[in-house]
Design a protein around this ligand. Structure first.
Ligand SMILES: Nc1ncnc2c1ncn2[C@@H]1O[C@H](COP(=O)(O)OP(=O)(O)OP(=O)(O)O)[C@@H](O)[C@H]1O
Length: 347
């Protein structure tokens, strides 16, 4: 940065972008550059100058060209809605699903570099990072648990060490995910049908929800389209059976709760987030449809209880802002920190 007047100018006019790039959708938001570094000073609600949404930007699902085009599209649209052009951007953070290795980060970084001039700070992260930052208002500290169609626990120490657990997909044991819960429920129905397992309310409730008349028809239904989200959509049916007293549904949900809390515990232990005595304070950000509150069988609440039993200092947080805003706040807090320390951590 140059003179004082230049600094004042960028603080007044410059903007920060945050992108949440998921398998279902991609969102970009444009925020003003807040001229302070303490997240406790952030206005509530956080002002959003422009927002744009598009489809999938996970290169594993749609290929490189489509992923890149989607990212460019949402960035340009969010800026145009904010009445800004590319030259107003001071920093951008992209939390993109499918970014797991430095090579993934470099690929996305190279795409975005072609859009912006060299002085724009670009941060490329896994989408779990945007979710964590949405609960901590930009600070990367603590653990995030995401339980939607898939599930993952991801954490950071204050000095930047990171660890993750689960998130490897349904074949590799993500049993706390929506897909994991629903596939266990469908398995229980097939077992009951064959006489390999006990009868369960899940049979009638799932058949009714799918508009099928016999368990045999489930085979055709799964082969017709085995997309993970379509299977995972059955979780509320499992919850309502458990709420109505079905033992099998109850067992499936209890197992998911154990799996989800184990993922969080694995990250907390590897990063020593709870300190030497296990009582230290750290945020646990809880995100995703599976953790939504339900009347009697509340998966998110049960997971929180197990985490608090193990780590009484854990602070469960349900984010008030969306992950794209979390990504933008991460970019903001990082450039403010870099300004203060004179260090440059951007990739
Ligand atoms: N009230 C509810 N209780 C429990 N689960 C629910 C509830 N409502 C929706 N779900 C489940 O939440 C999951 C979808 O959550 P979400 O929309 O967060 O996931 P996603 O964004 O599609 O997936 P991912 O985060 O893995 O990319 C589905 O499995 C759905 O059945």
């Amino acid at each position: 940065m140059g003179s004082e007047s230049e600094e004042r100018c960028s603080a007044e006019e410059g903007v920060i972008l945050g992108v949440d790039g998921g398998t279902t959708s991609t969102v970009c938001v444009c925020l003003p550059l807040f001229p302070f570094s303490d997240h406790r000073q952030l206005p509530d609600p956080v002002p959003i100058l422009g927002r744009a949404a598009a489809g999938c930007s996970n290169h594993n699902s749609v290929g490189e060209n489509a992923a890149r085009e989607t990212l460019e599209q949402v960035i340009k649209e969010a800026l145009s809605k904010a009445g800004k052009n590319l030259s107003a951007v001071l920093a951008i953070c992209l939390g993109v699903s499918g970014v797991n290795h430095p090579s993934d980060q470099d690929r996305v970084l190279n795409w975005i570099r072609t859009i912006f001039p060299g002085n724009v700070q670009i941060y490329v992260q896994n989408d779990a990072v945007a979710a964590l930052a949405s609960g901590t208002m930009g600070k990367l500290h603590g653990c995030v648990l995401i339980a939607g169609t898939g599930c993952i626990a991801y954490g950071f120490t204050e000095d930047g060490k990171e660890a993750r657990a689960a998130g490897a997909g349904p074949v590799l044991g993500d049993w706390g995910s929506g897909y994991g819960i629903a596939s266990r429920a469908l398995t229980a129905v097939m077992k009951a049908h064959d006489g390999r397992g006990p009868g369960t309310m899940l049979t009638n409730c799932i058949l009714q929800s799918l508009g099928l008349s016999s368990s045999d028809e489930i085979i055709g239904w799964t082969y017709a389209d085995s997309s993970w989200a379509r299977i995972a959509a059955l979780v509320p049916v499992v919850v309502s059976c458990a709420e109505a007293g079905d033992k099998i549904a109850d067992e499936i949900l209890n197992n998911a709760v154990q799996e989800l809390s184990l993922s969080v515990k694995a990250v907390v232990q590897r990063l020593h987030l709870a300190g030497e005595d296990g009582n230290g304070s750290f945020p646990v950000v809880m995100v995703g449809g599976v953790l939504e509150a339900n009347k009697r069988w509340d998966i998110g609440n049960e997971v929180t209880n197990l985490i608090l039993k193990a780590y009484p200092g854990a602070c469960p947080i349900r984010p008030k802002v969306e992950p794209a805003v979390g990504a933008a706040l991460f970019a903001w807090s990082t450039i403010m920190r870099e300004k203060e320390t004179g260090r440059n951590d951007h990739r």
